[in-house]
Ligand binder design. Structure first.
Ligand SMILES: [Zn+2]
Length: 457
């Protein structure tokens, strides 16, 4: 007898959509059965003809825990992820106090956040100028990648120059790790910001013009070249521009292991939203034009991206509208940059892609589950609906209409650029290792049911 049978689903993988039943034993997928084949199980969930996706993987989340729990914490952030359909998140090392930059801090962070997690989680390791000797230790602990900035950063997390990136990637290559980068050329955006301020352009168009595509392009091209020179695997975080995606695609076609993610907001929102609505839509890189959003989708479809991430970057209401850590907000450049979206990723991607653009659901299974699991070294355990994989599943009702409201968001701070968005196609049941952790927008799992996932060896 199986523990759980999920029956009458349209099972979506990166390859196909097929009607069938999934039998689960000890948290793993034990059998994939044809329609009508119904072995005995302790519990049966009827998917009622809805899609059954592999659980989505959020390759880029800032849960701010430990250290800034008033922005977000594991209990709220992973509950929101569960409701939204991300069954594994890859949590960032910064906006943590302390930032996750050595093996000892890995254990301290895990002990703090693990008891509150509702979905499984991996850690990005920190990559800053003074922790190169700690990278191997972080890899041994199980960090799935290392996060660095070629661009401006918070005071407690320094960016690398290209020389340092070259050295770090030589080190990371030695243990077959992956170096991930926020790619916006520091010199370009700093100069542009000064220029905007000098010209008195303190409005939202000034902000957009301070972070042009060329800044993203310059840093991405440089990181690609360093990856080629060192042979180190690289990951380009939150790509906002189709022209940047094209450069990454070309490097992939040359045979280099350079992966990249985009984010839900770059696939659904535009620069117009920033101009019209301001603070909540500020993020970096910034939102681009409608024409670029449309073209960006083609790189989701062709498999260039290994991840449609949330880049969930929560903050308080004050940090968007009044002051940040005691510093008054005087103009657009002072406003907290970041969009909260970990709860909305799958429904918005499904609506924008599958409903509005006719993209096959297999594309989302590929971009949101299979490819991110491969890129972050956890494929085999996560990322697919296959026998022996963790039973991480999301039942999505393609006909269910939705409107995102602030009350529906499970975040510590219920503010988001996604509030007010409407669409169709909603995750209605989320299963992590055979446990139903969320149903119809509500948490049903127990706090702490999410487990640490480490790089497979
Ligand atoms: Zn980020």
């Amino acid at each position: 007898m199986y523990d759980l049978l999920v029956k009458n689903g349209k099972i979506v993988t990166a390859e196909a959509v097929e009607c069938g039943n999934i039998a689960i034993q000890n948290g793993k997928i034990a059998a994939i059965l044809a329609e009508g084949e119904e072995p005995e199980a302790a519990k049966v969930i009827d998917a009622k003809g809805n899609y059954v996706f592999p659980g989505a993987i959020d390759t880029h989340a800032h849960l701010n825990d430990p250290g800034y729990e008033w922005r977000e914490d594991y209990a709220h952030g992973t509950a929101a992820a569960a409701v939204g359909g991300y069954t594994t998140i890859v949590d960032m090392p910064l906006q943590n106090e302390p930032a996750l930059t050595n093996a000892e801090l890995f254990d301290i962070k895990n002990a703090k956040v693990g008891p509150n997690a509702y979905v499984d989680y991996c850690f990005w390791g920190g990559l800053i100028p003074d922790n190169f000797d700690d990278l191997k230790g972080l890899d041994e602990k199980g960090c799935v990648a290392f996060k660095s900035f070629i661009g401006p950063v918070s005071p407690d997390y320094s960016s690398l120059n290209y020389g340092q990136a070259y050295e770090a990637m030589q080190i990371i290559k030695e243990f077959d790790g992956r170096a991930g980068f926020h790619c916006e050329d520091f010199a370009t955006i700093k100069w542009q910001e000064q220029r905007m301020k000098k010209e008195g352009r303190l409005d939202w168009q000034g902000f957009l013009d301070s972070r042009p595509v060329i800044a993203e392009m310059l840093a991405t091209v440089d990181i690609i070249e360093i990856a080629k020179a060192t042979g180190c695997k690289a990951h380009i975080c939150h790509v906002s521009s189709p022209d940047v995606a094209q450069k990454i695609k070309e490097a992939q076609q040359e045979g280099y292991d350079i992966t990249a993610e985009t984010c839900t907001h770059y696939l659904s929102m535009t620069d117009k939203d920033v101009i019209e609505n301001g603070p909540l839509f500020k993020c970096a890189p910034p939102l681009r034009s409608q024409e670029e959003v449309d073209r960006l989708w083609s790189y989701v479809e062709d498999g260039t991206f290994s991840g449609i991430a949330s880049d969930h970057s929560p903050c308080s209401y004050d940090e968007k509208f009044n002051e940040i850590l005691g510093q008054k907000i005087n103009n657009v450049f002072d406003v907290w940059g970041g969009i909260s979206g970990i709860q909305s990723g799958m429904q918005v991607s499904f609506y924008e892609g599958c409903v509005k653009r006719g993209v096959s659901p297999t594309v989302l299974a590929n971009a949101m589950a299979k490819k991110p699991a491969e890129a972050f070294g956890i494929y085999g355990q996560k990322g697919d609906i296959r026998i022996g994989f963790d039973a991480d599943l999301v039942i999505l009702d393609p006909e269910k209409e939705w409107e995102i409201t602030s009350e529906s968001l499970l975040y510590v701070n219920q503010i988001s650029a996604f509030v007010g968005m409407k669409g169709k196609g909603l995750p209605v049941c989320t299963i992590v290792r055979g446990n139903v952790v969320a149903e119809d927008g509500k948490i049903t799992g127990e706090k702490g049911c999410g487990h640490l996932v480490t790089k497979l060896r």
